[in-house]
Design a protein around this ligand. Structure first.
Ligand code: SF4
Ligand code: MG
Length: 330
Protein backbone atom coordinates (compact mmCIF):
# COMPACT_ATOMS: atom_id res chain seq x y z
CA UNK A 1 0.00 0.00 0.00
CA UNK A 2 1.56 3.31 -1.01
CA UNK A 3 1.38 6.29 1.30
CA UNK A 4 -1.07 9.09 0.60
CA UNK A 5 0.65 11.48 3.01
CA UNK A 6 4.24 11.36 4.20
CA UNK A 7 5.30 13.96 6.73
CA UNK A 8 9.03 14.01 7.33
CA UNK A 9 10.92 15.89 10.03
CA UNK A 10 8.41 18.74 9.90
CA UNK A 11 9.04 21.90 11.89
CA UNK A 12 6.70 24.85 12.39
CA UNK A 13 8.11 27.93 14.06
CA UNK A 14 6.32 31.03 15.33
CA UNK A 15 7.83 34.32 16.41
CA UNK A 16 6.41 35.38 19.79
CA UNK A 17 7.16 38.27 22.11
CA UNK A 18 9.04 35.86 24.35
CA UNK A 19 11.16 34.54 21.50
CA UNK A 20 10.83 32.01 18.75
CA UNK A 21 8.68 28.98 19.44
CA UNK A 22 9.02 25.64 17.65
CA UNK A 23 5.36 24.57 17.78
CA UNK A 24 6.09 21.43 15.75
CA UNK A 25 9.59 20.10 16.25
CA UNK A 26 10.66 17.27 13.97
CA UNK A 27 7.45 15.30 13.35
CA UNK A 28 7.38 12.35 10.94
CA UNK A 29 4.56 9.96 10.07
CA UNK A 30 2.85 8.24 7.17
CA UNK A 31 -0.86 8.04 6.40
CA UNK A 32 -2.31 5.64 3.84
CA UNK A 33 -5.30 6.30 1.61
CA UNK A 34 -8.63 5.62 3.30
CA UNK A 35 -7.11 5.30 6.78
CA UNK A 36 -7.22 7.45 9.91
CA UNK A 37 -4.33 8.65 12.00
CA UNK A 38 -5.46 10.03 15.34
CA UNK A 39 -3.32 12.78 16.81
CA UNK A 40 -3.76 13.33 20.54
CA UNK A 41 -2.22 15.59 23.13
CA UNK A 42 -3.03 18.46 25.46
CA UNK A 43 -3.92 21.86 24.11
CA UNK A 44 -0.76 23.71 23.16
CA UNK A 45 1.17 20.56 22.18
CA UNK A 46 1.33 21.61 18.52
CA UNK A 47 -1.26 19.28 17.02
CA UNK A 48 -3.32 22.09 15.44
CA UNK A 49 -0.16 23.73 14.12
CA UNK A 50 0.80 20.42 12.54
CA UNK A 51 -2.66 20.16 10.92
CA UNK A 52 -2.46 23.75 9.64
CA UNK A 53 1.02 23.20 8.20
CA UNK A 54 -0.21 20.14 6.30
CA UNK A 55 -3.12 22.25 5.04
CA UNK A 56 -0.62 24.97 4.13
CA UNK A 57 -2.54 27.46 6.28
CA UNK A 58 0.78 28.09 8.01
CA UNK A 59 4.14 27.68 6.29
CA UNK A 60 6.41 24.95 7.56
CA UNK A 61 9.85 26.04 8.76
CA UNK A 62 11.50 22.89 7.40
CA UNK A 63 10.76 19.28 6.53
CA UNK A 64 8.60 17.66 3.88
CA UNK A 65 4.83 17.19 3.40
CA UNK A 66 4.44 14.73 0.54
CA UNK A 67 0.97 14.13 -0.86
CA UNK A 68 1.21 11.20 -3.29
CA UNK A 69 4.93 11.87 -3.50
CA UNK A 70 4.65 15.62 -4.25
CA UNK A 71 6.16 17.84 -1.57
CA UNK A 72 3.33 20.34 -1.15
CA UNK A 73 5.27 21.98 1.68
CA UNK A 74 7.48 23.60 -0.95
CA UNK A 75 4.71 24.71 -3.29
CA UNK A 76 2.84 27.99 -3.23
CA UNK A 77 0.42 30.07 -5.29
CA UNK A 78 -0.45 28.63 -8.68
CA UNK A 79 1.78 25.57 -8.12
CA UNK A 80 -0.10 24.65 -4.96
CA UNK A 81 -3.61 25.32 -6.30
CA UNK A 82 -4.08 22.11 -8.33
CA UNK A 83 -3.23 20.08 -5.22
CA UNK A 84 -5.44 22.11 -2.87
CA UNK A 85 -8.69 20.38 -3.69
CA UNK A 86 -7.21 17.08 -2.54
CA UNK A 87 -6.87 18.12 1.10
CA UNK A 88 -9.50 19.87 3.17
CA UNK A 89 -9.96 20.78 6.80
CA UNK A 90 -12.85 20.63 9.27
CA UNK A 91 -12.50 22.76 12.39
CA UNK A 92 -13.89 22.57 15.92
CA UNK A 93 -16.09 25.60 15.39
CA UNK A 94 -18.08 25.23 12.18
CA UNK A 95 -19.18 28.86 12.46
CA UNK A 96 -15.59 29.88 11.81
CA UNK A 97 -15.69 28.39 8.31
CA UNK A 98 -19.19 29.66 7.45
CA UNK A 99 -20.02 33.26 6.61
CA UNK A 100 -23.13 34.14 8.71
CA UNK A 101 -24.61 36.17 5.83
CA UNK A 102 -24.03 33.55 3.18
CA UNK A 103 -26.71 30.99 2.33
CA UNK A 104 -25.56 27.40 2.56
CA UNK A 105 -25.92 26.87 -1.18
CA UNK A 106 -23.36 29.59 -1.85
CA UNK A 107 -21.02 28.31 0.86
CA UNK A 108 -21.07 24.86 -0.72
CA UNK A 109 -20.84 26.05 -4.33
CA UNK A 110 -17.90 28.31 -3.58
CA UNK A 111 -15.15 25.64 -3.65
CA UNK A 112 -16.48 24.44 -7.02
CA UNK A 113 -16.47 27.97 -8.39
CA UNK A 114 -12.95 28.66 -7.09
CA UNK A 115 -11.66 25.54 -8.82
CA UNK A 116 -13.71 26.10 -11.98
CA UNK A 117 -15.73 22.91 -11.53
CA UNK A 118 -18.93 22.37 -13.51
CA UNK A 119 -21.53 24.79 -14.83
CA UNK A 120 -24.30 26.29 -12.74
CA UNK A 121 -26.67 23.35 -12.90
CA UNK A 122 -23.91 20.81 -12.28
CA UNK A 123 -22.86 22.75 -9.19
CA UNK A 124 -26.44 22.78 -7.92
CA UNK A 125 -26.68 19.02 -8.44
CA UNK A 126 -23.42 18.48 -6.61
CA UNK A 127 -24.64 20.57 -3.66
CA UNK A 128 -27.82 18.48 -3.39
CA UNK A 129 -25.83 15.26 -3.63
CA UNK A 130 -23.39 16.27 -0.89
CA UNK A 131 -26.16 17.61 1.38
CA UNK A 132 -27.72 14.14 1.21
CA UNK A 133 -24.37 12.47 1.88
CA UNK A 134 -24.01 14.35 5.17
CA UNK A 135 -27.60 13.62 6.18
CA UNK A 136 -29.14 17.04 5.54
CA UNK A 137 -32.27 17.64 3.51
CA UNK A 138 -31.29 19.23 0.18
CA UNK A 139 -34.19 21.69 0.55
CA UNK A 140 -32.32 23.32 3.46
CA UNK A 141 -29.70 24.89 1.15
CA UNK A 142 -31.37 28.29 1.04
CA UNK A 143 -31.06 28.81 4.77
CA UNK A 144 -28.45 30.85 6.60
CA UNK A 145 -25.96 29.23 9.03
CA UNK A 146 -27.77 30.48 12.17
CA UNK A 147 -30.89 28.55 11.14
CA UNK A 148 -29.06 25.30 11.81
CA UNK A 149 -28.15 23.57 15.08
CA UNK A 150 -24.51 23.08 16.11
CA UNK A 151 -24.52 19.48 14.91
CA UNK A 152 -26.10 20.48 11.57
CA UNK A 153 -23.55 23.24 11.11
CA UNK A 154 -20.76 20.71 11.58
CA UNK A 155 -22.46 18.56 8.90
CA UNK A 156 -22.40 21.59 6.60
CA UNK A 157 -18.71 22.15 7.30
CA UNK A 158 -18.09 18.50 6.43
CA UNK A 159 -20.20 18.92 3.26
CA UNK A 160 -18.09 21.89 2.24
CA UNK A 161 -14.94 19.84 2.77
CA UNK A 162 -16.42 17.07 0.59
CA UNK A 163 -17.41 19.26 -2.37
CA UNK A 164 -14.14 18.74 -4.28
CA UNK A 165 -13.84 15.03 -3.45
CA UNK A 166 -10.69 15.28 -1.33
CA UNK A 167 -8.34 12.37 -0.58
CA UNK A 168 -7.51 13.75 2.86
CA UNK A 169 -9.47 15.67 5.48
CA UNK A 170 -7.70 17.14 8.49
CA UNK A 171 -10.31 17.11 11.27
CA UNK A 172 -9.24 19.44 14.09
CA UNK A 173 -11.34 18.70 17.19
CA UNK A 174 -14.44 18.33 14.98
CA UNK A 175 -16.72 17.12 17.77
CA UNK A 176 -15.25 18.87 20.81
CA UNK A 177 -17.89 21.61 20.83
CA UNK A 178 -20.80 19.16 20.57
CA UNK A 179 -22.89 17.25 23.13
CA UNK A 180 -21.88 13.62 23.59
CA UNK A 181 -24.93 12.30 21.68
CA UNK A 182 -24.14 14.56 18.71
CA UNK A 183 -20.47 13.62 18.89
CA UNK A 184 -21.35 10.00 18.16
CA UNK A 185 -23.50 11.03 15.18
CA UNK A 186 -20.72 13.09 13.61
CA UNK A 187 -18.11 10.38 14.26
CA UNK A 188 -20.42 7.83 12.63
CA UNK A 189 -20.92 10.15 9.66
CA UNK A 190 -17.15 10.54 9.24
CA UNK A 191 -16.72 6.74 9.45
CA UNK A 192 -19.46 6.18 6.83
CA UNK A 193 -17.92 8.74 4.48
CA UNK A 194 -14.56 7.07 4.82
CA UNK A 195 -16.03 3.66 4.07
CA UNK A 196 -17.94 4.89 1.01
CA UNK A 197 -15.46 7.43 -0.38
CA UNK A 198 -12.07 6.17 0.79
CA UNK A 199 -11.10 9.46 2.41
CA UNK A 200 -8.11 9.50 4.76
CA UNK A 201 -8.38 11.49 7.99
CA UNK A 202 -5.83 13.12 10.19
CA UNK A 203 -8.06 13.30 13.26
CA UNK A 204 -6.84 15.76 15.88
CA UNK A 205 -8.25 15.71 19.41
CA UNK A 206 -7.27 16.29 23.01
CA UNK A 207 -9.61 13.41 23.88
CA UNK A 208 -8.18 9.92 23.44
CA UNK A 209 -11.60 8.30 23.83
CA UNK A 210 -12.89 10.25 20.80
CA UNK A 211 -9.81 9.44 18.69
CA UNK A 212 -10.22 5.79 19.64
CA UNK A 213 -13.53 5.62 17.72
CA UNK A 214 -12.08 6.42 14.32
CA UNK A 215 -8.33 5.94 14.28
CA UNK A 216 -6.45 2.97 12.83
CA UNK A 217 -3.24 4.39 14.26
CA UNK A 218 -2.69 6.92 17.00
CA UNK A 219 0.18 9.36 17.49
CA UNK A 220 0.62 11.03 20.88
CA UNK A 221 2.14 14.50 20.82
CA UNK A 222 3.88 16.30 23.63
CA UNK A 223 5.40 19.75 23.33
CA UNK A 224 5.79 19.70 19.55
CA UNK A 225 6.99 16.13 19.20
CA UNK A 226 5.48 12.68 18.70
CA UNK A 227 6.34 10.67 21.81
CA UNK A 228 4.52 7.47 20.83
CA UNK A 229 2.86 6.10 17.71
CA UNK A 230 1.20 2.73 17.27
CA UNK A 231 -1.83 0.89 15.97
CA UNK A 232 -4.90 1.80 17.98
CA UNK A 233 -5.15 -1.52 19.82
CA UNK A 234 -1.43 -1.73 20.58
CA UNK A 235 -1.44 1.79 21.95
CA UNK A 236 -4.48 1.11 24.06
CA UNK A 237 -3.38 -2.29 25.35
CA UNK A 238 0.31 -1.65 25.85
CA UNK A 239 1.03 2.06 26.04
CA UNK A 240 4.78 2.45 26.47
CA UNK A 241 5.32 6.15 27.13
CA UNK A 242 4.47 7.36 30.64
CA UNK A 243 2.54 10.26 29.08
CA UNK A 244 0.39 7.91 26.97
CA UNK A 245 -0.17 5.79 30.08
CA UNK A 246 -1.38 8.87 31.93
CA UNK A 247 -3.72 9.87 29.08
CA UNK A 248 -5.26 6.41 29.00
CA UNK A 249 -5.55 6.32 32.78
CA UNK A 250 -7.49 9.58 32.57
CA UNK A 251 -10.27 7.78 30.65
CA UNK A 252 -11.63 5.69 33.54
CA UNK A 253 -15.05 4.93 32.10
CA UNK A 254 -13.43 3.01 29.25
CA UNK A 255 -10.92 1.31 31.51
CA UNK A 256 -12.53 0.37 34.82
CA UNK A 257 -9.64 -1.97 35.64
CA UNK A 258 -7.24 0.97 35.35
CA UNK A 259 -8.89 3.10 38.00
CA UNK A 260 -6.08 2.39 40.51
CA UNK A 261 -3.56 3.56 37.95
CA UNK A 262 -5.61 6.66 37.44
CA UNK A 263 -5.20 7.70 41.04
CA UNK A 264 -1.44 7.24 41.10
CA UNK A 265 -0.67 8.65 37.69
CA UNK A 266 -2.69 11.84 37.45
CA UNK A 267 -0.38 14.22 35.68
CA UNK A 268 1.15 16.80 37.96
CA UNK A 269 2.12 20.16 36.51
CA UNK A 270 1.53 21.85 33.18
CA UNK A 271 3.28 21.83 29.85
CA UNK A 272 6.64 23.62 30.12
CA UNK A 273 6.92 26.90 28.17
CA UNK A 274 7.37 25.89 24.53
CA UNK A 275 9.78 28.79 23.96
CA UNK A 276 12.18 27.16 26.35
CA UNK A 277 11.85 23.36 26.28
CA UNK A 278 13.96 21.46 28.84
CA UNK A 279 17.22 20.03 27.46
CA UNK A 280 16.53 16.33 28.04
CA UNK A 281 13.17 14.59 27.83
CA UNK A 282 10.48 17.25 27.58
CA UNK A 283 8.23 15.19 29.83
CA UNK A 284 10.79 14.80 32.63
CA UNK A 285 9.25 17.48 34.87
CA UNK A 286 5.98 15.51 35.02
CA UNK A 287 7.26 11.96 34.76
CA UNK A 288 7.22 9.66 37.80
CA UNK A 289 10.14 7.65 36.31
CA UNK A 290 12.48 10.51 35.41
CA UNK A 291 16.18 9.91 36.05
CA UNK A 292 19.26 12.07 35.60
CA UNK A 293 19.70 10.66 32.11
CA UNK A 294 16.17 11.79 31.27
CA UNK A 295 16.92 15.35 32.37
CA UNK A 296 20.17 15.49 30.39
CA UNK A 297 19.54 13.62 27.17
CA UNK A 298 16.51 13.74 24.91
CA UNK A 299 15.19 10.27 24.04
CA UNK A 300 14.72 9.49 20.36
CA UNK A 301 11.66 7.89 18.82
CA UNK A 302 12.59 4.21 18.39
CA UNK A 303 10.60 1.18 17.33
CA UNK A 304 9.89 -1.25 20.19
CA UNK A 305 7.63 -3.56 18.14
CA UNK A 306 6.68 -3.52 14.47
CA UNK A 307 4.86 -0.26 13.83
CA UNK A 308 5.06 0.79 17.50
CA UNK A 309 7.58 3.50 18.34
CA UNK A 310 8.21 5.41 21.54
CA UNK A 311 10.57 8.17 22.66
CA UNK A 312 11.48 7.22 26.23
CA UNK A 313 14.71 6.05 27.86
CA UNK A 314 12.80 3.32 29.70
CA UNK A 315 12.52 1.52 26.36
CA UNK A 316 15.84 2.24 24.69
CA UNK A 317 19.50 1.51 25.39
CA UNK A 318 21.14 3.86 27.94
CA UNK A 319 22.96 5.67 25.14
CA UNK A 320 19.68 6.33 23.36
CA UNK A 321 20.08 3.47 20.89
CA UNK A 322 22.66 2.58 18.29
CA UNK A 323 24.34 5.51 16.65
CA UNK A 324 23.20 6.27 13.15
CA UNK A 325 20.21 3.95 13.47
CA UNK A 326 17.67 4.67 10.75
CA UNK A 327 14.59 6.53 11.90
CA UNK A 328 11.69 4.08 12.18
CA UNK A 329 9.47 4.05 9.13
CA UNK A 330 6.07 4.96 10.54
FE1 SF4 B 1 9.95 9.71 31.74
FE2 SF4 B 1 12.54 9.54 31.22
FE3 SF4 B 1 10.81 8.32 29.63
FE4 SF4 B 1 11.01 10.97 29.64
S1 SF4 B 1 12.58 9.52 29.02
S2 SF4 B 1 9.13 9.79 29.64
S3 SF4 B 1 11.40 11.38 31.78
S4 SF4 B 1 11.21 7.84 31.79
MG1 MG C 1 -5.91 23.06 18.84
Amino acid sequence: MSALLEVEDLRVRYATRRGSLMAVDGVSFTLHAGRTLGLVGESGCGKSSLGKAIMRIVDPHSGAIRLDGVDIGRLSGGHLRPHRRRFQMVFQDPAASLDPRQRIRRALEEPLAVHGRGDRSERRDRVREVMAQVGLHPEMVDRLPHEFSGGQRQRIAIARALMLEPSLIVCDEPVSALDVSLQAQILNLLADLQASRGIAYLFISHDLSVVQHLADRIAVMYLGQIVEIADRTALWRSPAHPYTQALIAAVPRMNPERRGLNRTRLLPGDLPAPQDPPPGCRFAGRCPFATRLCREQAPRLAEIAPGHAVACHLHTAPDGGPDGAAAPSL
